[in-house]
Design a protein around this ligand. Structure first.
Ligand code: MLT
Length: 270
């Protein structure tokens, strides 16, 4: 079984002077998969074999994650979307379906705002269009301090918090692998991404107005993106909602179901 942290087969290109690692697999219309905070493109390793018969699957380590370099003090969601767009230019790809897990969903929404004509379909996976609440912004600022004081504790806690008590017991090896991989991410990059998430704007209106196809996939017990909030978002933006059992890491907890939904969804009317 593919390792969710194995970083092999990556290619690199340069966004300005910064190295970004990515990979392309399969044939068919282009599907971009964007990982979340403290993850890397390797989270998609197990899903790619299932999707690459239907799609050309493009994954990348977002700046400050995996092996990609940090490119600024703050990685705004707009900047990260610009990096994704730049990679698509490099690959000469004009239209894509896009799946964003959590922070990857925030980036996908910024992409939808900046490059709407390039987006055929969007899936927010355990993600939201809503901005951080005041309390959540304060937590992010506290997280920046904790990271500076004790990186290992911060990463350990941040990754554990993505799971519920129940799901934590089901995936001890994978959780440990995610933590070990994230320990190697540069502090500067982690900080830049925390600041980018904290300062991101609300994009409910972008999701509502999006003419591309759109879906939300939510975990019934997601501790980061509560299902109650997502139901409201789905209704307010007319975005169909799939719910799957589990917490924030549906790509891991519900691998088969996520693949089925991805294959069922018709990003390109094919
Ligand atoms: C993620 O999984 O990308 C983050 O937990 C999202 C967030 O903190 O808002």
């Amino acid at each position: 079984m593919a390792d969710i942290c194995a970083e092999d087969k990556k290619m690199k290109y340069h966004y300005n002077d910064f190295t970004i690692f990515y990979s392309v697999s399969g044939t068919g219309p282009a599907l971009v998969l964007l990982h979340g905070f403290l993850e890397s493109s390797a989270i998609w390793n197990r899903l790619i074999p299932e999707l690459s018969d239907r799609y050309t699957v493009i994954i990348l380590d977002l700046p400050g994650h995996g092996k990609s370099e940090t490119i600024d003090e703050i990685h705004s969601m707009e900047l990260l979307a610009e990096v994704v767009n730049n990679l698509l230019g490099h690959l000469e790809i004009e239209t894509v379906g896009m799946v964003g897990h959590s922070m990857g969903g925030y980036v996908a929404l910024a992409f939808a705002e900046l490059f709407p004509r390039k987006l055929a379909g969007l899936v927010l996976l355990n993600s939201t269009a809503v901005a951080d609440s005041k309390e959540r912004k304060e937590n992010r600022t506290r997280a920046l301090r904790l990271l500076e004081m004790d990186k290992k504790s911060f990463i350990g806690m941040a990754i554990s918090n993505l799971f519920t008590e129940e799901t934590r017991l089901l995936f001890p090896t994978e959780i440990e692998s995610l933590k070990i991989a994230a320990y190697s991410f540069p502090n500067k990059g982690i900080m830049a991404n925390i600041k980018g998430m904290r300062d991101r704007k609300d994009r409910t209106h972008i999701l509502k107005q999006l003419t591309a196809k759109k879906w939300i996939i939510a975990g019934t017990k997601d501790p980061i993106v509560p299902l109650s909030q997502i139901k409201l978002l789905s209704a307010a933006t007319h975005t169909p909602l799939y719910t799957v059992k589990g917490s924030h890491m549906s790509w891991l907890e519900n691998e088969e179901e996520i693949v089925k939904i991805m294959l069922f969804i018709d990003f390109f009317d094919i």
